[in-house]
Design a protein around this ligand. Structure first.
Ligand code: NAI
Ligand code: MG
Length: 357
């Protein structure tokens, strides 16, 4: 019996619509090859929604997202809205949808293909074979704690509260053990338990749930040590789980091991199978409308959606394999090309990937 999944598609701003169009073309090919069909519901988020609806996160968008099985997002933002007040800024829509949909687990893979080692700033022997996943807690911690600002006799004071509930830690840690299980069964939990009380609770919860995953090898590491080791010898890591701010920093650090931002996908998962999938890059206003954006990050985000929300692992692997094949054959968009004259455009890159699928 054929399965049907409903996907809310949010093209967004800048290059968002260009890369989303190609990811949708890839999904259409998967429909032809597998016994599955996708119903696409388009909606607005970010700058385009500010212009059309007067708010970065329209109710219609949230309603559609809640009715669907997953959300596929391009990117939001651009200079046009940079000077707007906070409630009329594109990224407010992004933070809002993550919070509203309960997307607490942010998965950021970073991988180095052999044919791409030259793109990294690090030595070939260090980055060759890197394949890791940073899982960042996304809806708690410092970014959501109480913020204060006040005057004293000695000048201004500012504070941000770093707060975690046991249940918030437990659900992300369990998610991380499950993801590690699908990979090479090695999990590093990163904290600052020598200093922070919230980290001591984090470590206690990790220790409590670990016996439920005896097949996964667990290690605790302090965040400063992890930051160093990621640069010194990244191949020691497979899956890393950590709180919001540490994860923000470590996931960006890990992504730069492997070079181009046009290649990197992400997933933000809620309870159950629901998730939002988007490239790590932004709306790239400098190249928007030129047809030269690299669609790979968005296509790989669609592959993550098939794997984590729909359980279509075979189709997801076929897409990832096709991306590897095309890159190995030397096809490059401008952002990753040595010779810019030979670079292909957005559509051509996607067409090659589709042909390889
Ligand atoms: P960006 O990721 O949009 O661009 C950084 C650089 O990478 C630019 O030179 C751009 O041309 C290039 N680039 C990015 N994606 C590419 C792709 N697929 N193919 C080829 N080259 C690519 O980050 P930037 O410039 O800091 O931000 C631009 C806008 O995007 C801002 O309004 C920012 O707020 C927004 N933004 C949105 C995000 C999101 O929607 N999740 C994330 C990051 C930024
Ligand atoms: Mg960041």
């Amino acid at each position: 019996m054929s399965q049907t999944f409903t996907i809310t598609v949010l093209p967004g701003d800048g290059i968002g619509p260009e890369v989303i169009e190609q990811a949708v073309n890839v999904l259409r090919v998967i429909e032809e090859l597998e016994d599955v069909s996708f119903t696409l519901e388009y909606a607005r988020l970010g700058g385009c929604a500010i212009d059309e609806d007067g708010t970065p996160l329209p109710q219609d968008t949230l309603d559609k997202a809640r009715r669907s099985d997953a959300v596929l997002l391009g990117a939001v933002g651009g200079p046009k809205w940079d000077n707007n007040p906070a409630h009329l800024r594109p990224e407010t829509g992004l933070l809002g949808i993550r919070k509203e949909l309960g997307l607490y687990a942010n998965l950021r893979p970073a991988f180095m293909l052999d044919c791409m080692v030259g793109v990294s700033a690090l030595k070939e022997e260090v980055v060759k074979g890197v394949d890791l996943m940073v899982i960042r807690e996304l809806t708690g911690g410092l970014y959501f704690g109480e913020k204060k600002r006040y005057e004293t006799e000695n000048g201004e004071v500012a504070s941000d509260e770093l707060i975690y509930h046991e249940y918030e830690i437990e659900r992300i840690v369990r998610r991380a053990f499950e993801v590690a299980r699908l990979r090479s069964k090695k999990l590093t939990s990163v904290d600052k338990a020598n200093v922070l009380e919230s980290s001591r609770l984090w470590r206690k919860v990790v220790e409590r749930v670990a016996p439920d995953y005896p097949d996964v090898e667990l290690r605790h590491q302090l965040v400063d040590s992890c930051a160093m080791e990621l640069i010194r010898w990244p191949k020691q890591f497979d899956t890393i789980v950590t709180e919001n701010m540490f994860g923000d920093i470590l996931s960006d650090e890990a992504s730069m091991l492997t070079g181009s931002i046009g290649m990197l996908p992400s997933a933000s998962l809620a309870d159950g199978n629901f998730g939002l999938y988007e490239p790590v890059h932004g709306s790239a206003p400098d190249i928007a409308g030129k047809g030269i954006a690299n669609p790979t990050a968005t296509i790989l985000s669609a592959a993550m959606m098939l794997k984590y929300s729909f359980g279509l692992e075979k189709a997801a692997n076929a897409i990832e394999q096709a991306v590897h094949t095309v890159l190995n054959s030397g096809v490059r968009t401008g952002d990753i090309a040595d010779n810019k004259d030979e670079a292909v455009g957005t559509k051509e890159m996607a067409d090659k990937i589709i042909a390889a699928i």
